[in-house]
Design a protein around this ligand. Sequence first.
Ligand SMILES: O=C1OCCC/C1=C\Nc1ccccc1
Length: 463
Amino acid sequence: MTHNLCRSKVTHHKQYPENTTFVYSYFESRGGKFPKTVFFGLQYLIKRWLVGPVVTKEKIQEAKEIYNLHFGQDLFNEEGWNYILEEHDGHLPLRIKAVPEGTIIPYKNVLFTVENTDPKCFWLTNYFETLLVQVWYPMTVATNSYYQKDLIAKCMQETADDFSGLSYMLHDFGFRGSTSVESAGIGGAAHLVNFEGTDTIAALTIAKNFYDCDIAGYSIPAAEHSTITTWQKDGEVNGFRNMLEKFPEGIVACVSDSYNIWNACENLWGEQLKDVIIERGERNARLVVRPDSGNPSDVVIKVLEILGRKFGTSTNSKGYKLLPPYIRVIQGDGVSYETLEEIGRNLKRHEWSIDNVTFGSGGALLQKIDRDTQKCAYKCSSAVINGKEVSVFKQPITDSGKKSKKGRLTLELKDDQYVTVQRGKGDTNKDILVTVFENGKLLKDFTFEEIRKRAEIDLLKDK
Ligand SMILES: O=C1OCCC/C1=C\Nc1ccccc1
């Protein structure tokens, strides 16, 4: 309970009407940057924080001490927590119903509901808002990553032979820019719902421990500035040559903008090391040149033009230029949903297939989002007071967009559209929400594999 160090929550048990025995709340995206949301990450929160006998004597004591110091008076609901410890053996008397992880849902639809299963624990439903709303982060990373996948797929549809490289087109560079190892793991796992390329190792642990996935992402040997610049400016070509010699097989990436990316492409890769690069091609080995500065869409084109002149190009089935298979480009600087759009347009304009390029994204992928990006909110919509169930809602005259839903909710499909039925008028047999948690037990354990399938982009949809 101490993870909800949010001041206000601790006193809420005193604020509900007398004889409140049931509080029912729901979570939704009210809209925002993207019209749909890829729902992901609730299972991590449930397994990490809610499953099992999470309420213990020690934790109650610790919380009581902290809150008494924090408020300077005894406001902590010790009786309420002791009740859970004694009556439920420390298990949380809550029911959580959620849309299956990986589902893609238009905004303003219910994504999960929370209700107390013991009438004495009405105050518990919204106690866990603070923790459960943190699902905004993995959900928004998964969504932002999904829309970049859709964007790249559209560009592949027009300029690439097929979609075979799609799952490696956007690589996670975001570990260092994350706020913590834990958030890097959570956000990194969310990106891997849509892709398979990552350098955020923490994500592999989350996918393995919370989503039953042995290995959720892959990477390749790649240089960084220090492993090139330690060869000194005049020795840059030696650093490049060393990369090719130390990694003779497979794919190797080499950051090439330490001094002069144009010179690196023209004279180092394009002349001094040209034969080694071509010879590697005979072993299906590949060099990936990484620019890392300048305006992304201009630099990508200029690097392709130089490498195209040096190594030649072919024309693919869509009529776009393609470098030989042994050399490609990765753009890992300044990549976001917005800049990808521009890079894609520029590639087409200069008749280059997007198959020549892969992308890396860091801050924009894991960090440049917040709870408002998709306007995530958790609101009470129903309660039982004096034995009578009543609808509950807010409808601020100062922002109609913040209006909340009423009564018990179901999520149903009507004519292939998701619809949230309110006021308990839904058909629980058609409810897409499934009970994932109840009284301390996880009832649904989604695997990464099925989540990836559910979140697949529709490759055939009008690209
Ligand atoms: O160049 C590359 O090729 C593909 C493999 C990854 C990679 C670079 N990784 C990276 C990670 C964190 C910050 C910057 C780069």
